[in-house]
Ligand binder design. Sequence first.
Ligand SMILES: C[S@@+](CC[C@H](N)C(=O)[O-])C[C@H]1O[C@@H](n2cnc3c(N)ncnc32)[C@H](O)[C@@H]1O
Length: 376
Amino acid sequence: MKKYQLYTTMGAGFESVVAKELHSLGYETTTENGRVFFKGTQADIVKTNLWLRTADRVKILLKEFKATDFDTLYNQVYDIDWATILPIDAKFPVQGRSVRSKLHSEPGIQSIVKKAIVNKMSDQYHRRGFLPESGNFYPLDIHLYKDTARISLDTSGDSLFKRGYRIEHGGAPLKENFAASLIKLTPFDGSHPLIDPMTGSGTLAIEAALIGKNIAPGSWRKFAFDNFDWFDAKLHKDLLIEAKSKIKKLAAPIWACDIDQSILEIAKLNANNAGVLQDIYFKQVAVKDLATDLKNGVIIANPPYGKRLKDKQSAEALYTQMGSNLLKYDSFSQYYLVGDPNFESFFGKKATKKRKLFNGNLRVDFYQYWVKNDYK
Ligand SMILES: C[S@@+](CC[C@H](N)C(=O)[O-])C[C@H]1O[C@@H](n2cnc3c(N)ncnc32)[C@H](O)[C@@H]1O
């Protein structure tokens, strides 16, 4: 069976989290900034797209080479056996990116690569003039870094954060893969309770329930590989059936609370779409009034963050309320994603560890409060 050189992309700072997930799926990996490499067959392409909770995309590395001039770029791309990858009517957009390389014009790089592929396909398919590009979608990208070019085929299509369970509501929810990555930075594995006291549209609680029930995060969507004409379509069907057979019961409660009933209704719709509505206990309550008999779990939240002064002041007052109430639950390890550098002083406790992250473009910290009985 043909083995491909594969890699995943992910948000900055999550390389080790994705590598760990790949290890637990049985792959050996090598990591560089923004990418984790591994090898696999078509079945592995399906498996990783279906199961990776924390990655952005899974790509096939088609070729890697040095290129400091356009002739080399053209020739190296032309040399690839494109007829085995792209059918004559393939729609194949090429995305170009260049960092610290002699060839730096991204539109120039894209158009040379496109030209090389079109010319090679015209030769291979004995066709003159334009290619129709009326068929299936084969997303390609060319990435130059320090004069090394990599040309890849994206097997995911839409980013893997688009699980397909979420309804749009205009708020600012965490991306699903970002939420899953935050959970993977806690000791949560479904065997102990988890509480999100400010759940919004429920992303953290839903991702936790998917982890706890061993539901594959890609269960509801299609991937780019579904449209590749050389791809074995049976694999996706088979691995989806296998994934469904691995779903288990949740072993411990998950709570999703928020002060705002209307956002909780959206969270419930999302949870229902994800098949975990019955697994999450939703409660409308202000964080200062949250009370629980649960013990030895994880509290995790993405509290509001104020950009304007007035919002900032009310957010900071809220961090103080969080500290006064939530720190009472001292058998829980606690994790807060906050953009305010003064969070600890308002919350009233210095974090065991802070992890610098980016939520989109927003620089944030993941404040971690570990407890002694932590099941890490
Ligand atoms: C940034 S959003 C959370 C987004 C969420 N992680 C998601 O993915 O949708 C913050 C949430 O905190 C809630 N909130 C604000 N003040 C609160 C309070 N005093 N008690 C409980 N929840 C509160 C808001 O209603 C909002 O839904």
